[in-house]
Ligand binder design. Sequence first.
Ligand code: GTP
Length: 390
Amino acid sequence: MVNAAHTGQNGWTSRIRSELTRGFPGLVFGDSEIESRFRRDYFQAGVRYRILMLALGIVILVATVVPQTLLSVPPEVRDVSLPLQLFVILPALAISLVITAARGLQRYSGFAIFATGILIGLAVMRMRIVAHGADYDVPMEYIAVIVVSAGFLGRMRGRKLLVLALLLVLILVGGEVLYLPADLEDFYRVGANLTLIAMSCIGTYAYEHAMRLNWLNATLLEQLSTQDPLTGLPNRRALETALRQHLRHATRHQCVIGLAIVDLDYFKLYNDNYGHLAGDDCLRQVAEVLQKSARRPLDCCGRFGGEEFVVAWIGNDPAEMQSMAELLLDRVRALDIRHGITPAADSITASAGLFTIIPDKSTSLEYVMEMADRMLYAAKAAGRDRVVTE
Ligand SMILES: Nc1nc2c(ncn2[C@@H]2O[C@H](COP(=O)(O)OP(=O)(O)OP(=O)(O)O)[C@@H](O)[C@H]2O)c(=O)[nH]1
């Protein structure tokens, strides 16, 4: 939020718009920053389901291990299947679960689930081949279950799921063709498995595509609702939210917050003389100056309304903040926007009211704003084109 309050939001909005226009049939955005933000959010939205899927996998595995020790599974099958289940599949599922649940490891979750899927696929086919020698059946359907689970519950992204599915199809078909005798019934079962796998991939594609569209629209909407359309700066609502955060930060760390209200001088005259469109252009240029003056992560600026802007800094030195406010007005003056009829100067100038304080818990944003407003009033009364602070 703090960053959103001072970064170039107009650029971000148009980048999102261009993704919407361009489309994303390959399930990847052209803009790498947008892509990585989407991936992060997509993962976060699905992480609970991933954990559920892995926990379910562990429960089902344990539920199939117990009967094997009690029922009359041929010993040669059990001798292969039990170690595979207990020492390969179970640890792989457990490790994936830990990686997915642990915040610091989550970036490896996709890879862990992918590798687990391949391992389970190989283990199933190995058990199936051994079982066939003992005239016993280990269902190949587990292979399709892996793809369905990874896609629908594991929220694996479509492209990765496609690769996993292709590898599992290779393992399934390869195992059946190379190691098991041709059998009409198994032929139909392979067909049914392939259909299920294909449907999971298509379903996951459709789901992710809808999620991407939804994410772009929601992000765009959020940007538009917090952004001033003329200047691209945070609007009053976003600004107040950011300022409250800054105030809390300054209270917690007992540092100085400096809040400046910057107001253009004789702007009504400018509008009346040069027209509203020229006025708009002037506001845009001033906004750019303000944005450049509040680039650090703990700075923030926005358009409070009309020709009034707010800039806030956090630091330790009120005198430095006064210099920054003065520099800001110098830069507005340096824009050299002709304003022949201002009594203050030949070009557009601004006045600023700066209030600095080390806030405590009782310091409200309203109080800080009111104090800065009083300073602004004093700056106007003293002849404009200046910073007034306490
Ligand atoms: N072009 C343009 N003008 C705006 C916009 N928002 C507010 N204004 C104008 O800003 C002017 C503000 O005028 P005043 O509040 O009288 O202040 P001022 O003329 O700058 O006088 P001082 O602040 O006392 O120096 C009004 O004429 C508004 O119409 C905008 O988005 N675009």
